[in-house]
Design a protein around this ligand. Structure first.
Ligand code: NAD
Length: 229
């Protein structure tokens, strides 16, 4: 069977959860990476059975998640993580949540993976038009939504089996005007799409790993509700 790591699952409403279910239904073992500030609620809800209905697979069994890893895809390794983040009480309760450490932990726990899914994005100023977006807001959107994919590939490709596949989720606002999708999120998706071409070339040649992105339709996930979509 294949083993999949899905980054960006924190409830049962988003694309990450749905993709995890499809992969589980197809027989894959499921590992997920959950944003540190959302980890406690997700684990508690899962434990209390809040997601049991949406865990049901086509054959009637419940999707099992072999392991949930705390993850913040904005940080690559402990050395580059600011002290105030490390000591923040939402983060201090978890450990090894930088991209590099999560990849190391997955390697230690499972050895290798076959599928990597990037289903995460964040834009602190998403509700501001691009014209009113600050430099910090813009860079934060690209850091969380675009570079995070590069960082995940960089650290996970070494533990991916040849012939493995990686995928991210993009949005049409990269090429058409979608008012409300601001804060540099449209730019972040354009970067993600362009990077997908380059990364596919590089990862394909060097490691026999595929890189793709899917331009998804609108879904009322937590992230989409937060911006009034
Ligand atoms: P979602 O809220 O279910 O997923 C986004 C996840 O990203 C959340 O679980 C959040 O905790 C996580 N996250 C945010 N910052 C993070 C960080 N720094 N490190 C790790 N995790 C972090 O919402 P979704 O809409 O399913 O989003 C999944 C992907 O689908 C995103 O890339 C989004 O842009 C894309 N997408 C969504 C839509 C839509 O209409 N919902 C349309 C097209 C593309």
């Amino acid at each position: 069977g294949k083993r999949a790591f899905i980054a960006g699952v924190a409830d049962d409403n988003g694309y990450g959860w749905a993709i995890a279910k499809s992969l589980a239904a197809a027989g894959a073992e499921i590992l997920v990476g959950t944003w540190v500030p959302a980890l406690n609620i997700f684990e508690n809800s899962l434990r209390r059975g809040k997601f049991d209905e949406s865990r049901v697979l086509p054959d009637g069994s419940l999707m099992e998640i072999s392991k949930i890893y705390p993850l913040d895809a904005v940080y690559d390794n402990p050395e580059d993580t600011p002290e105030d983040v490390k000591s923040n009480k939402r983060y201090a309760g978890s450990s090894k949540w930088t991209v590099q450490e999560v990849a190391e932990s997955v390697k230690q726990d499972f050895g290798s993976i076959d599928i990597l899914v990037h289903s995460l994005a964040n834009g602190p100023e998403v509700s501001k038009p691009l014209l009113e977006t600050s430099r910090n807001g813009y860079l934060a959107a690209l850091s969380a939504s675009s570079y995070s994919f590069i960082s995940l590939l960089k650290h996970f490709i070494p533990i991916m089996n040849p012939g493995g596949a990686t995928i991210s989720l993009t949005y049409m606002a990269s090429e058409r005007i979608i008012p409300g999708y601001g804060g540099g999120m449209s730019s972040a998706k354009a970067a993600l799409e362009s990077d997908t071409h380059v990364l596919a070339f590089e990862a394909g040649r060097k490691h026999k790993v595929r890189v793709n992105t899917i331009s998804a339709g609108p879904l009322r996930s937590r992230a989409a509700k937060a911006i009034g979509f």
